[in-house]
Design a protein around this ligand. Structure first.
Ligand code: AMP
Length: 276
């Protein structure tokens, strides 16, 4: 089997979660030394190349590597001709337009004719519904209005804290982004994508185990729907064990509801992998 070359961000906020994903997928990536730019994996014919997140789309498009991990924002900004195979569930952020608090604008239309600072000129041009003049900057976009370089900005936002600290207010989301697995040839990358998918899907779920009196079963099953739970008899008469997968994001809501429905000995455990 030929070695699959995978580009992974060498630094920045996508680096550590990308490594963790390779680790959790069981690939056994070797710990790269500080200066290493490529390293093998112990358990699979995969070679990891460390490159800047912004360069990953081109490396994949040009066939220097078979696939890569980077942000959706960077793929779209580069206009790279690659396949977005799998959203990876980390690096979530939004490309937003924001204005100084004192400015009256509240919609994208209000930005017509203004000067907009951004490191995303292609996406700003493509996604803003009005004509603006773009001011290309290479970083610290948030201070451009205060410096008088621009009237507004288009930039990535996750919590919104940086905007607030700089006296800016969002007026809308242009693009939702997160880390993504990209490839040029979907077939070549398919086995690797399947490995990562099983981990990503596993992380999105929890396995719930609980005990319940039989009369509660109908209500508990309704709460767990649309998943059909496994129901096992318990040694105690009239009692059953109920097992089901649930979305991780639903656990906080489900837990008190299950308790109220009569569930006891509720266990919620992580799921390592989830395949078809
Ligand atoms: P970095 O290498 O740290 O500059 O991060 C690059 C990528 O991280 C961006 O292109 C996004 O895909 C992702 N990201 C997630 N949240 C944020 C954020 N709040 N600001 C900038 N980048 C973010």
């Amino acid at each position: 089997m030929r070695t699959l070359k995978v580009a992974v961000p060498v630094k920045g906020r996508l680096r550590d979660p990308s490594f963790r994903l390779l680790e959790d997928a069981g690939l056994g990536p070797e710990q790269p030394g500080d200066r290493a730019l490529a390293f093998p994996c112990r358990n699979a014919p995969v070679e990891v190349l460390l490159v800047r997140a912004a360069d990953v789309p081109e490396y994949v498009q040009d066939g220097v590597v078979d696939c890569g991990i980077t942000g959706v924002d960077l793929v779209r900004e580069r206009g790279a001709k690659v396949l977005e195979l799998l959203e990876l569930g980390f690096g979530s952020c939004r490309l937003e337009a924001a204005v100084p608090d004192a400015m009256e604008a509240t919609t994208f239309a209000d930005l017509a004719g203004t000067r907009i600072a951004t490191v995303y000129p292609r996406l700003a041009r493509e996604l803003l519904p009005v004509d603006v003049s773009l001011v290309d900057v290479t970083g610290s976009v948030e201070i451009a209005p205060r410096l008088g370089l621009a009237d507004a900005i288009v930039d990535l936002v996750s919590s919104g804290n940086t905007l607030r600290t700089n006296g800016l207010r969002s007026i809308g989301v242009l693009l939702e982004s997160q880390a993504v697995l990209i490839a040029r040839d979907g077939e070549v990358a398919a086995p690797f994508a399947a490995m990562l998918r099983s981990v990503v899907e596993g992380r999105r779920h929890r396995y719930v185990m609980l005990n319940a009196p039989e009369p509660s079963l109908e209500l508990i099953s309704a709460l767990l729907s649309p998943r059909v739970p496994s129901v096992l008899p318990l040694a105690a008469p009239g009692m059953v064990a109920v097992h089901a997968l649930v979305p991780s994001a639903d656990v906080w809501r489900l837990l008190p509801e299950l308790e109220a429905a009569g569930a006891s000995s509720i266990l919620i455990v992580p799921v390592e992998r989830m395949a078809a």
